[in-house]
Design a protein around this ligand. Sequence first.
Ligand code: GLC
Length: 751
Amino acid sequence: MTTEQQPKPTLTLDQKVSLLFGAAFWATRAVESAGIPHVVLSDGPHGVRYQANGFDHLAIEDSLPSTCFPPAVAIGSSWNPALAARIGAAIAREAQALGVHVVLGPGVNIKRSALCGRNFEYYSEDPLLSGVLGAAHARAVQEGGVGACVKHFAANNQETERMRISAEVDERTLREIYLPAFERVVKEARPATVMSAYNQVNGVPASANRWLLTEVLRDEWGFEGAVVSDWGAVNNAVASIGAGLDLSMPGPSEANVQRVLAAVRAGELSEEQIDRAVARVLGLAALVPAAKAPAFDLDAHHALARDAAAECAVLLKNSGAVLPLARGQRIAVIGEFARTPRYQGGGSSHLNPTRVDVALDALQHQAAQHDCRIDFAPGFTLDGSGDPAVLRDAAVAAAKGAELALVFLGLGEQDESEGFDRTHIDLPAAQVEALLAVAAAAPRTVVVLANGGVLSLEGWHDQVDAIVEGFLLGQGGGSAIAELLFGLRTPSGRLAETIPLRLEDSPSFLNFPGEKGKVRYGEGVMVGYRWYETLGRAVRYPFGHGLSYTSFAQEALQVEATGRDTARLTLEVSNTGRFDGQHVVQVYVATSAGPVRRPLRELRAFDKIALRPGESRVLTFELDRRAFAYYDVDAHDWIVARGDYTIQIGENASSIVLESRIALEGDLIVIPLSMDSSVGDWMNHPVIGPALLQELGADLPPGALDKFHAQPGLLKMIESMPVLKALSFLISPAVEPTLQRLIKISLDTPC
Ligand code: GLC
C-alpha cells in the first residue's frame, strides 16, 4: 500500500499543514487526537547520533553512545556491499534501541574534488560504486524496520557556500555522474526518505526543484516515500511544497505554517498538494514501533566495526614486503595519531562511540604475541603545541634504535570537516618534516594514514617502504590496523578515489569551489579516473588500486553479447600467493560508439571474493543496457549506440589485464535530419549517408558530382556546413527536392 493510498485520519487544514514542518529539531509533529505519533529522525551515515537533550546539527552538543562504524570513505574502499549491508543492519538495530525511526544516511554524493570537506562521508568518485554500496546500506536499514534517508539530493559536492552556491551542471553529466547513485538507492532500497540538498542546481534550490524532486525522483524513478529537507535548507516553503518537498526540517516553524496556509487560501497551493505531502509524511509513522526495542549488543557491534575497518584499509605500497611485520623486530611507533586516534569526521555525522581502540595499545598487544618490542614517540602534536625540533629529535632517536619505524600520520578535525573545504591536499608540514627525519634514520619505514579526504603523497612517498591508507576507520580501526600490520588479516581495500600527483591535475581544479555564487561543472562527465585515464594523465595511485599480502591471477575472460544491448562475461580468478586474501574484480567498459565523447573507460561491474592460497573461482557478470548506454539529452533517454564495446578487467582503472571486444546492435533510434543538419550528420547517418551522393547523382545532370570525385578531401572540408547551404553552393540549388525526400526517409526510418 503506497503512502498515497493509506487511509488518512480526518484532519483540519491547519493540522495538515503543521505536519509538513518539524515539531522539534529531530522530530515531526504528533496529532494525538488522530493517533499520529512523533517520528524521530537523527543522523547519520555511519552510526546513530541521537541527542537526548541539547539539539544541533553540527555535533556541538553531545549524543548518546552508539557504535562508530567506519565512515563512507572507508566503506567505499572496502568495495564490499555485503559489509555495507551488515553495518546498515546494525545501525538499524541501534536506532531502534535509541528510539530513532529514520536515520539520516547514506550520503552518496560524488567526490568531484578531493578538497570537499565532507568527502569522508561519501563513498567514491564513481557513481556505480557509490550506488551499489549506498543501496546495500539503505536496504539493510529499511529491512531492519528503520527508515533510511539517502542524501544530499543533488549535486552537493562541496561545503563552500553550500547553502547558496548553484551547481551549474549539464543534464548528461547529472544523469551519468551525479544522479545514478541516488537512482540506484531509490530503485533498489526504496528508502523511506530522500533528503534534498542545501545548494541550488542550475539556479533552482534543490529543496524547491520540481525537476529533481518530482519529475526525476517520482515520475521517472517511482519514489514513493517522503522528501525531507536538509536542516534549514528550505528558503521558500510554498515553492518547496509546490516542487515536491514533503517535510521541512528542523521545526518548529510556525511562520512557515502560516505562510503555507495563506498560500492555500490564496490558491497558490492546492489542498490536493497539501494532502499528497501529508500522506507521505504520515507514511513515516509506520516506522514508529509499538514498543522501544531492547539495548543493542555493544560488543558484537564493536567487533563488526573492527572487522569492517580491516576490510577498508588500502595497502598502497609495500616495497620489499616489509609488511606484514616480521617477528622479533624492534619497532619504533611514531606519531600522535597512534596514541590519539582519528577515526571519524566532524559535523552532523560525529558520534559518541561506545569505545575506541587505540592503535598503540593494539600494537603493544600484538608485539607481545610476536616477540617484538615497541618504542613510542609522538613526533608531533595535533594542535601544533610543543617544540617541533624536540619532538622530531625524540622520534629520530627512537627510529635509530629500531629495525623498522611505523609512522602514524593524518589530518585532524581542524583540517577537514562538514562546513568547510580544504584549500590543499598536503599533510601538515610538521608531520612531513618528522617523517622525513625518521625515514632517514630508520632502516625501514611504514606509514599509516588517517584522513577523510585524499592526501597527496608527494615529497615523501619515495622515502618510505610501505604505505597503508586507512582513511577514517571508525572505533575499531586501531585494532584492525594492528592486526593488518602483523598479518593476522590481509589488506583488501581498493581506492574508491584517485590519489593525484598534484591537485592541479584534478578535473575540477579550475572550477572549484566556484565564484560569484556559481560552481561550473566544466569537466562534465570526466570526473575522477574518467578524467585521468581519458587524458592519459599520470596519478600517484589510480582508482581501484590496492595491494594484498597474497597475489591473484585473472584469466580466461570470455564475453558474449546476449542481446542488442546486453552482454555476459566470465573469467577465472585464482589466489596464487601464500596468504588468504580478498580480490576485487573490476569490470570496465570502453567504447567510442555514439555521438558524444565517452570517458576512456567506466566501471560497470565489480565483485569482491575471498580465496585461500591455490583456490580458484569462475565468476559470471551480466551487463545490462546501462553498462553500455550514454544519456542522450535530445532523446531525453539512455541510448545504447550501435558499435564496438571493449570489456576490460582492471587491476585498477589504469591497469587493464584482460579485455575482449564485442559488437552491439544497440538501440534502433530515429536520427532526424533537416536542412540545417551538417553534411557530416547526413554522411554519418546509417541509412541516408550511403544514399546521399547516389540519390543526388541520380537526380542531377551528369557530371554535377564530378568535383566530389575529383577532390575526395572536399567532403571533409564541408562536413560541418549545413547541408543545404553546402550543396546548393557547391552543386546546385536543384538539390533541395532530393534533400527534402531524404529528410522524410530519415524521420520514418529507425536505425
Ligand atoms: C546537516 C547535514 C545533513 C544532516 C542534517 C541534520 O547540515 O547537511 O547531512 O543530516 O544537517 O544534522
